[in-house]
Design a protein around this ligand. Structure first.
Ligand code: ATP
Ligand code: MG
Length: 428
């Protein structure tokens, strides 16, 4: 579980701003769910025989009332619970998104943490395949917005529950015939969740899994039509993809479409986004049956890909630093700083005293564009010494004109005659 320190947290904020704009562009609306849910919610939604439920959940008994609670390992189950509880699908479908921490007790390594963060996107009440394709297309737009290259799309179809059942029988027969090659996990899952064996990360089992009966051979007409329609839309949108028959996803609730976006730039943890269709989940969690699809992306992995220079360029830091010394200067400094904030300028007022020199050092280190200096002389004259910190001439100006000078400087037009604008916002 990581602390995200200020340099990094500012980059996260820049990322989050891009993400919010992107989601609004597709008509998605925010929803915020609690971090804790009743444990049975996740067991029912994600599936008992999955990595998450078997070994990754932070679950505990509430000491006050004995309830079994779990820190959310993912967002879809909570989102569906909230939508059902508040009857949000009563008159129309919903496009919802959320962003925040998820918790899984994993073996920590690069790109894999115990508290990590996801952007989750859920389209509820849509049967697809148009929405499935749009979910994928919108991911590509985010990669473009962030300037991320080389993230590749893999898709698959898991068919209907009936089709999966037929495949399952053959899969069990196949793995039983090769029982000697199964690891412990696989043996345990052979009869409870054989599909999950295909998701194994054990290198020793790759050849076996590669040759296993393929679900695609069991898909019926309707499933194939759904899958083909998505592929047609992706082709028309110029989005390259690879069909990966082994892509089954680590959660039980998916049907038909599943997809992952993968990069080879992050080592072993290369999946930055994963999702699919989950038509049965809403009813399974007690809601009125409705189709749905969605995805979640791992923010840590995306941040690792996002160029820090690009991110830094978007970080907005403090604009003015107010330095003050002498009688009456502090009160004038407080007043000036508040007036600048009224005008929309991010302003740091020096606190904690110290010599003029040490205050100027702080001003420089703050990243501010300008130091505004208030000494006894300036205060008596109703003026401020305006000292640009990144190049430019120092000058004494009327305290009333500070906003105007600052705005002109921030817009790069410093030195031009701009008389009538006093607020940063007037210049934008
Ligand atoms: P994996 O097979 O790598 O364990 P998963 O199938 O468990 O992945 P999902 O539940 O689909 O992952 O989560 C969606 C995305 O969230 C992943 O593609 C990844 O980017 C991110 N993610 C999942 N678990 C972690 C983690 N422990 N640390 C960081 N990011 C994670
Ligand atoms: Mg996992």
């Amino acid at each position: 579980m990581n602390d995200i320190l200020p340099d990094e947290a500012e980059r996260w904020e820049a990322f989050e701003t891009i993400v919010r704009d992107w989601l609004r562009g597709y008509g998605y609306r925010p929803i915020r769910m609690p971090l804790l849910e009743h444990t049975p919610l996740f067991k029912r939604a994600i599936g008992e025989v999955t990595d998450i439920v078997e070994k990754e959940m932070y679950s505990f008994e509430d000491a006050l009332n004995g309830e079994n609670l779990t820190l959310r390992p993912e967002g879809t189950a909570s989102c569906v619970r909230a939508v059902t509880e508040h009857n949000l699908l009563y008159d129309s479908p919903r496009k919802l998104w959320y962003m925040g921490p998820m918790f899984r007790h994993e073996r920590p390594q690069k790109g894999r943490y115990r508290q990590f963060h996801q952007v989750g996107v859920e389209a509820l009440g849509y049967a697809g395949p148009d929405i499935d394709a749009e979910l994928i297309i919108m991911c590509q737009r985010l990669w473009d917005d962030l300037g991320l290259m080389g993230i590749k799309l893999e898709i698959n179809s898991l068919g209907s529950p009936e089709e999966r059942l037929k495949h399952r029988a053959e899969l069990i027969a196949y793995f039983e015939a090769h029982r000697d090659q199964l690891d412990e996990d696989a043996k345990r899952r052979l009869h409870s969740n054989p599909l999950r064996i295909l998701d194994t990360k054990n290198p020793a089992m790759q050849a076996l899994v590669e040759a296993a009966p393929k679900l695609s051979d069991f898909l019926g007409e309707a499933s194939l039509a759904h899958f083909n329609a998505i592929q047609d839309t992706l082709r028309a949108a110029n989005i390259a993809f690879r069909i990966n028959p082994r892509l089954v996803r680590g959660l039980d609730y998916y049907n038909l479409t599943v997809f992952e976006w993968v990069t080879d730039q992050l080592g072993a943890q290369g999946t930055v986004c994963a999702g699919g269709r989950y038509d049965g989940l809403i009813a399974q969690l007690g809601g009125k049956p409705a189709p749905a699809a969605g995805f979640a992306m791992g923010i840590e992995r995306l941040m690792a890909l996002w160029d820090t220079q690009e991110a830094d360029a978007l970080v907005e830091r403090v604009e003015a630093y107010v330095v003050h010394s002498g009688t009456g200067a502090q009160a004038a400094a407080f007043a000036l700083a508040e007036r600048l904030r009224d005008g929309g300028f991010a302003t740091l007022m020096h606190c904690g005293g110290g010599s003029f020199k040490s205050q100027m050092k702080r001003a420089d280190a703050s990243g501010a564009m300008v130091a505004l200096i208030l000494g006894e002389e300036e205060v008596a004259a109703g003026e401020v010494t305006f000292k640009p910190l990144r190049g430019g001439e120092q000058m004494r100006i009327s305290a009333d004109d500070v906003g105007e000078h600052l705005a002109a400087m921030l817009l790069g037009g410093y030195g031009d005659d701009e008389d009538d604008a006093l607020q940063k916002t007037d210049f934008q």
